[in-house]
Design a protein around this ligand. Structure first.
Ligand SMILES: NC(=O)c1ccc[n+]([C@@H]2O[C@H](COP(=O)([O-])OP(=O)(O)OC[C@H]3O[C@@H](n4cnc5c(N)ncnc54)[C@H](O)[C@@H]3O)[C@@H](O)[C@H]2O)c1
Length: 376
């Protein structure tokens, strides 16, 4: 792993990691960025460019330590590589962290300084919005770099990605239904949605159109009220605790990460779990939450696969956004989910392991290490 750092000038000079600071996770490059004038402190982590420029969002978050920020950058950039590979994108995986509180520390000068660091990598890393950054922040960053996507529609971007994210989750759910019940339709099935924000509310509409019954829970009562005004036929329960214990065919976590802890897995009545939230499995890896779900006969559609509609959208924007093209590509989540569930059944491994296997295979066999530069 090459480590690069820069003081005030955004021209990263490569220096080798002198000490075994980190576990050898196989990352290609980690860049530490500091801009004295604006107080910017950031880490850009590139896990892989095997399939093309590393694509992944910028997280703006007040980490308790630099070490915690670094670990998150390493973990998240690796996840992005797997997600992009499995989605069939010509992108490697990367992620950036800006250390600070977005509510108090974020300003135009800092975002622009950050944009100059992204530009200095010459297209090896393409950034987008994540926790703590928004579409309008990408507009600001894009003033300094060609390598920012997920911008607003008025600035030539594709805007909110939740429509395609929900569409992709729906595709994954239909593929899971076909795998479990032999029919891709959700008609007559009861789907419990935890979190009816941007993605959960779009998903509700798709499910109702398909003839499913929808039960929802959200800590934000105004989100629930707004959804009920739009769709009077949905049912509402008090909280996620009650939702997972109610009579469900499918559970769709669409709120925060860590939705599938031990107690939830044991209490679930649903036969399928498929939702948008990132990092749903509390214990990752062999013998973890994925195994507990398998032991209970619950089919789990891996989160990083089914929620890829958003990254498909921001990737498409780099080519001049076409909603039709991005939607068509998002439809591919159906077949990708079906392949993962087939492989999982054949090998007796969890869907999460099968998804990792297919992503690794694509990175190893399709990878060309080329860097593609958007025009403009
Ligand atoms: N928006 C996208 O394009 C996209 C893409 C990939 C992944 N995701 C992931 O999908 C999830 C939903 O994204 P979103 O854009 O709809 O976010 P959002 O903030 O619009 O909606 C999340 C909803 O979850 C609710 N919530 C939070 N904690 C809860 C709890 N304990 N119980 C019940 N409800 C709770 C919130 O009140 C909110 O209404 C997130 O985890 C996000 O990281 C989103």
């Amino acid at each position: 792993m090459a480590m690069s750092s820069s003081a005030t000038s955004p021209s990263p000079s490569q220096v080798s990691a002198a000490a075994p600071l980190l576990p050898p996770l196989g990352h290609e490059q980690v860049v530490f960025c500091h801009d004295q004038a604006t107080g910017l402190r950031a880490i850009i982590s590139i896990y892989s460019t095997a399939l093309g420029p590393a694509l992944g969002g910028t997280r703006f978050y007040p980490y308790e330590s630099d070490e915690a920020a670094l670990q998150d950058a390493l973990r998240l950039s690796r996840s992005m590589a797997y997600k992009n590979a499995l989605s069939g994108l010509d992108h490697g995986g990367g992620k950036a962290i800006i250390i600070g509180d977005p509510a108090t520390d974020k300003n135009e000068a800092m975002l622009r300084a950050y944009g100059r660091f992204v530009q200095s990598l010459g297209g090896r890393y393409v950034t987008a919005a994540d926790v703590g950054t928004s579409v309008s922040d990408m507009d600001v960053i894009a003033k300094e770099t060609r390598f920012a996507t997920g911008r607003s529609e008025v600035n030539g971007g594709a805007g909110d990605s939740s429509v395609l994210t929900a569409f992709g989750v729906f595709q994954g759910m239909c593929a899971s239904a076909a795998h479990v019940w032999g029919n891709p339709s959700l008609a007559g099935k009861t789907v419990g949605i935890a979190g009816v924000g941007k993605v959960g509310s779009h998903l509700t509409a798709l499910l109702l159109k398909d003839g499913a019954r929808v039960v929802v829970a959200d800590v934000n009562s105004s989100a629930v009220v707004a959804l009920c005004e739009k769709h009077r036929e949905i049912n509402v329960v008090a909280d996620v605790f009650e939702l997972v214990r109610s009579d469900l065919d499918v559970f769709a976590p669409c709120a925060l990460g860590g939705a599938l802890d031990d107690a939830t897995v044991q209490a679930l009545t649903a036969k399928v779990v498929c939702g948008a939230a990132n990092n749903q499995l509390v214990v990752e890896g062999a013998g973890g939450t994925a195994q507990a779900l398998m032991n209970r006969g619950i089919t789990y559609a891996p989160d990083f696969l089914v929620n890829a509609g958003g990254v498909i959208q921001v990737s498409d924007e780099l080519h001049g956004f076409s909603f039709a093209r991005a939607k068509h590509r998002t439809e591919g989540i159906f077949e990708a989910t079906a392949s993962v569930l087939r492989l999982s059944a054949e090998k007796g491994t969890s869907p999460a392991e099968a998804a990792d296997h297919l992503a690794e295979e694509r990175m190893a066999t399709v990878g060309s290490n080329r860097i593609w530069l958007p025009t403009g």
